[in-house]
Design a protein around this ligand. Sequence first.
Ligand SMILES: Nc1nc2c(c(=O)[nH]1)N[C@H]1C(S)=C(S)[C@@H](COP(=O)(O)O)O[C@H]1N2
Ligand SMILES: [Mo]
Length: 412
Amino acid sequence: MKDHSHDVDARRRKLLHGLAAGGLAGTMAGWNRSAWPAETFNLPFAGGERDVTSAFPQKGEMLLLRTRPPLLETSFSVFDRGVFTPNDQFFVRWHLANIPTKIDGAAFRLNVHGQVKRTLSLSLTDLRTKFEPVELAAVNQCSGNSRGFYGPRVPGAQWGNGAMGNALWTGVRLRDILERAGLKGSAVHARFNGLDAGILPATPDFIKSLEIDHARDGEVMIAYAMNGEPLPLLNGFPLRLVVPGWYSTYWVKMLNDIEVLDHPDDNFWMSKAYLIPDTPHASITPGQTGVKMVPINRMVPRSFITNLTNGQNVAAGKPLTLRGIAFGGDTGVRDVSVSSDGGATWMSTRLGHDHGKYSFRQWETRVIPTAGPMELKIKATNTAGVAQPDTVNWNAAGFMRNVVESITLTAS
Ligand SMILES: Nc1nc2c(c(=O)[nH]1)N[C@H]1C(S)=C(S)[C@@H](COP(=O)(O)O)O[C@H]1N2
Ligand SMILES: [Mo]
């Protein structure tokens, strides 16, 4: 199986050098450059036509959902090329339009305040030299990934399956930062804010919080690098929160402020937005009311076929390689199984290298198609025994879709 881990290793060796040399400034030069899209691409649902753009700084070809604030989707074919998603094709999602277009890394400070014994104002050099560096492969997935596939349709960014990506994140443990500041006994939540803001003062600033025990679990990290390079500006240069196993709404980008609170955070983005039904698979029937809502949290398992697309013709009677990626959500992948008879029987696939429990994991198998249509299904089960649901899980916000995927091929 092909794997990007070697490229990542090579880039990682260059990382410290790179950060010392050019890595201390992020710039969005070219932000306003207009470029005619070379082509369009059709996501497989109504209204799924997208321009393919390479007009965004530090980004290669991306599917354009919205220009400002940017929503850029990763072409699904990228996920067939390896287990790590290249930075220049990593999806982009911002809520607020006022995003700094240039950040001076030398002047940048991360401030830590609130229910702490010592307030901190840390430079990027402080972070790289005064704290132990840590590395973790983890999937960053938007809560609304795959929303465009829902019926009934739901409002919000009409993503295909490309509002996700897997990267090797380098940074420091949030726990170490909080320990340096010294938490007071009154600490309840840690609240994270980035440099972006709304155009109008009335727009609620994008701020997210974690319970303090989660914040100091030793896994949540503040990343200054992604796949061995400084973060692209649009993915949060110079720092972003990485909350392994949790939806990326918590992964605050351009992070410059941490406030430790003595009460649960009930700001707009915690108490009004990003809520899910407190039901199995966060699923309700359309129109259902009176459901208890809770903040979205841990991810759930998913798996995808990456080397074949729906409707493709294949040769009958010859071995056909099936290949793809899976992730376990908030824990590792235990099994990825394939069905070539529409779900009646299942067969385990061979799993690729394990880059850690929060990473994409590749899988591969072979089938011998018989002539005619063949419905392929792919199902992941995580190490906690949680499997993808066989029927669509639906809610009004279009969050947490993780139904078993299926594609139909024709063998002749
Ligand atoms: N500062 C800031 N951080 C943010 C957001 C934002 O709007 N502002 N959006 C969040 C959401 S909803 C998503 S899906 C991810 C997207 O991360 P990416 O753009 O690096 O792929 O960023 C998260 N962090
Ligand atoms: Mo998101």
